[in-house]
Design a protein around this ligand. Sequence first.
Ligand code: SAH
Length: 390
Amino acid sequence: MYPEIQLKKGKEFSIERQHPWIFSGAISTDCSALTDGELVTVTDAKKAFLAVGHYQHASIAVRVLSFEPCVIDSEFWLKKIENAVQLRRKLGLFTDSNEICRLCHGEGDNLPGLVIDYYAKVAVIQCHSIGMTQHLEAISLALQQVLTSDLIAVYNKSSETLPKRKDEQDGYVFGDCTVPHYAKENGITYAIDWVNGQKTGFFIDQRENRRLLGLLSQGKKVLNTFCYSGGFSLQALVQGATVVSSLDSSKKAIALTEENIALNQFEGEHHAILADAMDYMKELPIDYDIIVLDPPAFAKHRDKKHQAIQGYKRLNAHAIRQIKSGGMLMTFSCSQVIDKVLFTNTVISAAIEAKRNVRILHQLHQPADHPINAFHPEGEYLKGLILYVE
Ligand code: SAH
């Protein structure tokens, strides 16, 4: 069926446990004739079937699409997309007050390399493997069949997630939609611009954590650092914060935050601050009841882990030192290589350095529309804490 790739003896164990990646070192077949993105059948050293997946000349050589023999055709995509959408429906994520969710989360939806975000009838796709880009049409058709009138456009934004394919143009695979496009999360309206914005235009993975911040914000003075388009700021303001300051080092992010602030109604004051968070935190007056720290991934690779830990520690120590007595710190890491135990220990050592008494109130994580494949623990990336600082 598809070109066959054989594994070295003993290298089939992780696949038998349904881990969806095969590393190049596990393969005995000469793969030099294969093209990036090609579909392959994977067999063990005795030629017994193991999986079907996408091949790529890289350290992760195969991303598995199926552990059963199958043809990757329109029916396959329809079933997969149906499954993914059905899960979000079960989670109650399609409502009048919530029009934003992640429809497909790569390995977490058994589709390694495929991310689909949904913004009020528009799906934005980011492929993280070359193989996935070859099925864009089929994926788009499946989305149309499953979502019917709940879909007006499908946009492909894979050029930044596949750096080797700069020749690939981003653009609409189906329909058309002007940006910014307006969509609600937790009842709050955001202007979403997938063409010019970061990632697919919005950080969907913080929806539940924003909701929790909202519950804590009544009458509070809040500092939201690394604010991007202001999700945490708006949630706090809409739920009664008296003052919210939103800080980001990107002019574009501050402009997006201000645009979103203008779209919603609330009583409190809002201030935008264009600054480097680390510099700003050093000089921060002891004035805030709640501080949110949601930095970008400090470590994208294992070799940056130590440096990243130092960065998280410094940042958190500044915040813990400068927060009002009885205040709360909501702190996150989205670095996949820093696991939740390591992150918690890093924040605790920051508290020791800051010489404050700290209690952990909440342990936070990615929401259910960013599911973790139980056989692919690497899919767990977002972790956070809410600390109570005496
Ligand atoms: N909390 C945001 C997402 C954060 S993404 C949300 O809920 O949508 C990370 C943000 O950090 C980006 O907007 C980026 O511009 C900003 N950033 C990166 N380095 C920074 C720095 N040194 N100081 C301040 N902001 C920074």
